[in-house]
Write a protein that binds this ligand. Sequence first.
Ligand code: NDP
Ligand code: 2IT
Length: 449
Amino acid sequence: MYVKNVIEKVKSNYPSQKEFHQAVEEVLISLSPVIDKNKKYQENAILERLVIPDREIHFRVTWVDDKGNVQVNRAYRIEFNSAIGPYKGGLRFHPSVHEGIIKFLGFEQVFKNSLTTLAMGGGKGGSDFNPKGKSDGEVMRFCQAFMNELYRHIGAHTDVPAGDIGVGGREIGYLFGQYRKLTNRFDGVLTGKGLSWGGSLVRPEATGYGCVYFAEEMLKERGESLEGKVCTVSGSGNVAIYTVEKLYHLGAKPVTVSDSKGMIYDEGGIDVALLKELKELKRASLEEYIKIKPQAKYTKISDYKEGSNAVWSIPCFAAFPSATENELNAIDAKTLLQNGCKCVSEGANMPSTLEATDLFLKAKICYGPGKAANAGGVAVSGLEMAQNASKHSWDFEVVDKHLHNIMENIFANSSQTAKEFGDPTNLVLGANIAGFRKVADAMIDQGIL
Ligand code: NDP
Ligand code: 2IT
């Protein structure tokens, strides 16, 4: 009843924030067993407190495009919870960004960051600015204008933003430069920085590598592995690229990638070097891939079967949704399961709809929900903060080993928690409860705030 009431209140208080409802519903329902067992959570109104961010900053970003026109964008930084560490989470620049999207991402981040075992609270930000088709000069002026407001709200011990969709190394550079200019301080106030100015090795690879390490852990428990297996990946950005790369390291064969216009199916295996050249260097459409590799097949989004994502129609052993929220629905989940898919490890945040998630859980395949499977990115951000604080830089192997250990621990903790609550294969329940307990107990320890 308590859980249901909180969900209903969120829905009635914020009727237009569908993605936020979805994230709250998924988490809160899976928390029911721990809430029922421990009255302290209800007595301390923990759920009511968790679903309302500590604060939301909405601001305007005004900048001038290459033609001399004044442009105006909406922007957000939502500081959700800092019970276990400074607010931490990415910035998303995409035209679809609105308050509900940033709230769902910030809410998820609270539990994800808790699972990493590092001292990081949860937050998220972004803007409806579309970096696509903009010149470097325009992106720089936008980032500088964005930071002209954001700088007063962030700090190495307060709130540490990073990248997400549309925000990579280039944007972090412009944001960091403007922060330094405005404050006259060289602080580890953003993560995902360049290597020569405070960045960490393995941060670019971390989310994708971590997501594959997580899949490996799930499979290991069942005596399976990725070696020699066909895998499908969606997206072709930061997370997707390094998922593909790590799959090759483990002897698997990734055969798909996608972007906002269409998908590539390369039966012989995706060409990682070509993918990096097209997406990291040229910022081109995936359609270019078949100009170099005509044996691959390109399908435009307009040719996808209605109501489904063509990536998930390709038979695979393991699937890695790594583009965006709700990119895998019930139809896609059924297709994957019918084609014999045994493992889904989520690189993106909330890529599966609630119905798709239920189908995976019922089928008892290895299903790694985003907040566990993609926590490697923010975990290495946490390691970047540790390196900045100690003014040291660690070797690639050292950071990668930490990342691997953290992903092993997240799996072990989520799996053990799922077993404790009598639903051993349900990592949604396991990850949510494990992430929740640490934050909720810290909130109780620190009093009514
Ligand atoms: P990027 O901007 O690097 O790449 C995003 C990719 O997804 C691009 O290929 C993009 O296509 C595609 N995409 C974005 N929106 C849509 C859409 N509405 N429909 C179809 N395709 C879309 O972002 P990331 O790789 O960093 O992020 C991908 C996902 O991973 C997001 O859900 C993000 O929140 C999550 N994540 C990211 C982490 C990180 O460290 N970067 C950490 C944890 C999770 P196109 O090239 O055409 O734009
Ligand atoms: O969703 C995420 O975890 C991220 N976009 C990474 C956040 C971070 O602070 O590195």
